[in-house]
Design a protein around this ligand. Structure first.
Ligand code: PLP
Length: 357
């Protein structure tokens, strides 16, 4: 049976990205070697690295003065690297969920952290508005897409201090104005590639302004100076990211991606609103295009497990909501085809017909 992969991460990749990676694993560009068995310093892998960086710059329209880096450690290591490199006296954080809290927790090892606003009062089902970013902070950290709660910051905000963004789960889902950010980072495994590589886009002039001694591997400057090859980079995951970026470019770039994502999300949000059995969890103006969270209405609550089993029997994968929200979460990342969203909607309609009181 065809599977519809709604997993939150690691998550769906475009079929041609997987096929092309499989080919390169067998034989990269007909050179008679696998991409997995090449020196990262040889010309064949260097070409992969160069193209990946170039596609980042092209697709996100990254201005001069920014560097694109690849490293290991996940977004979670960036929670620590960001303050290690940028925190001097005080950092400001927007608390929009578990990942945002984990990021702020690491910053506290380096000094003061101000939580500018929080949506903890409603289990993070909205993005706070009307807050003031302190002008004396060294940077302001946001999580643009809250993977667990299905909320998303849809605009690039103005900030009086360098804006740092965890874009793990919505990078390349829409055009962004990189010039509004000081640093953007994310794990690849949501919207870009397999697990194992983390990307960082950093404005170089923010670095080196810190009195603190920074261990070599945790210093962004090391990775800039060595072109992400101070140590061995995650070569195969980087290769797959390159294939994803080629695929996005072929489809028409991130503006086109956004159109497709909006159309997909609308199909599912419309059904959640229409269907007698389900309720969305996120407030409407904060709803994510990447992770769509919904639960069963109170009078149908006892049917959640039954619906999940039914949807699973129809090929849906990874629909169970995160334990801190419950219910269901459909992750509709770039690579998710609209046909899969429609297939999900059909299971909701069928279940409604057979179970509506
Ligand atoms: C998944 C996720 C993380 C954690 O990423 P790791 O690569 O596992 O460290 C951090 N932030 C967000 C927004 C995520 O979705």
């Amino acid at each position: 049976m065809k599977k519809h992969n709604f997993s939150a991460g690691p998550s769906i990749l475009a079929p041609e990205v997987i096929e092309n990676t499989a080919k390169a694993v067998m034989d990269l560009n007909g050179i008679g070697l696998s991409v997995m068995e090449l020196s990262h310093r040889g010309k064949d892998f260097q070409a992969v690295m160069d193209e990946t960086v170039a596609l980042f710059k092209e697709l996100l329209n990254i201005p001069e003065g920014y560097k694109v880096l690849f490293m290991g450690g996940g977004a979670s290591l960036q929670f620590c690297m960001v303050p290690y490199n940028l925190h001097k006296k005080k950092a400001a954080y927007l608390e929009t969920g578990v990942w945002a809290k984990k990021a702020a927790k690491e910053a506290k090892f380096f000094g003061d952290v101000e939580t500018v606003a929080s949506s903890a009062d409603k289990n993070f089902n909205y993005i706070p508005k009307g807050f003031t970013i302190p002008a004396d902070a060294d940077y302001f950290h946001i999580t643009t897409n809250n993977t667990i709660y299905g909320t998303e910051i849809h605009e690039d905000m103005d900030s009086p201090v360098p804006l740092v963004a965890d874009m793990s789960s919505d990078i390349f889902s829409r055009p962004i104005d990189v010039s509004k950010y000081g640093l953007i980072y994310g794990g690849a495994q949501k919207n870009l590639g397999p697990a194992g590589v983390t990307f960082v886009i950093v404005r170089e002039d923010l670095l080196g302004k810190n009195e603190r001694a920074i261990p070599t591997m945790l210093n962004y400057q090391t990775h800039i100076d060595e072109g992400s090859m101070f140590n061995t980079p995650p070569c195969l995951p980087i290769y797959t990211c390159m294939e994803t970026l080629r695929w996005i470019k072929k489809l028409g770039g991130v503006a086109k991606m956004q159109q497709i994502n909006e159309a997909k999300a609308k199909v599912l949000y419309d059904e959640i609103e229409r269907n007698e059995l389900f309720n969305g969890t996120a407030e409407k103006d904060s709803r994510s295009l990447m992770n769509i969270c919904f639960v069963m209405k109170d009078e149908y609550k006892e049917l959640e497990q039954e619906y999940l089993s039914f949807a699973t029997s129809k090929g849906m994968v990874g629909l169970k909501g995160h334990r801190s929200v419950g219910g269901f979460r459909a992750s509709t990342y770039n690579a998710m085809p609209i046909e899969s969203v429609q297939a999900l909607v059909e299971t909701m309609q069928e279940f409604e017909k057979t179970h509506k009181k």
